[in-house]
Design a protein around this ligand. Structure first.
Ligand SMILES: [Zn+2]
Length: 103
C-alpha cells in the first residue's frame, strides 16, 4: 500500500479537474440538488458547486431557507404522529401527509 504516487505535474491534474468542474450551475440545476444537499448526499464535487452558487445567488439562498423550513416542518409532523394538528391546517393537506406516511 505504500507505493509512491507517480510524479506527474500536479498543476496539470488540477487543470483537468477544473475543466470538468465549472463552478456555475443554473438556478434550475441548483434546485434539483437541494434535496440531496439537505440529506447530505451530494458528492463532494457537486457540493462545492452547490455552495458556490449559494454564495453568489440570493434568490437560491432564500429558496433554500424556505425549502429547509418546509422539510423541517414535514419532519416534525412525521416525528410525532400524536401531535395536535393546528386548526389552521387544511383537511386535504392532512390527508396528503397521512397518505405519504403510509406509502
Ligand atoms: Zn440561483
Amino acid at each position: 500500500m505504500s507505493r509512491a504516487m507517480p510524479s506527474r505535474p500536479l498543476r496539470r491534474i488540477k487543470g483537468m479537474i477544473l475543466k470538468r468542474m465549472p463552478l456555475m450551475v443554473t438556478c434550475e440545476e441548483f434546485e434539483s440538488f437541494i434535496l440531496a444537499y439537505l440529506e447530505d448526499e451530494l458528492p463532494r464535487r457537486q457540493r462545492v458547486v452547490f455552495e458556490f452558487h449559494l454564495k453568489i445567488c440570493r434568490e437560491c439562498r432564500d429558496y433554500l431557507a424556505a425549502y429547509r423550513r418546509t422539510v423541517e416542518l414535514g419532519r416534525a409532523a412525521f416525528a410525532d404522529p400524536s401531535a395536535a394538528v393546528p386548526d389552521t391546517v387544511p383537511e386535504d393537506l392532512i390527508a396528503a401527509v397521512l397518505d405519504a406516511r403510509d406509502a
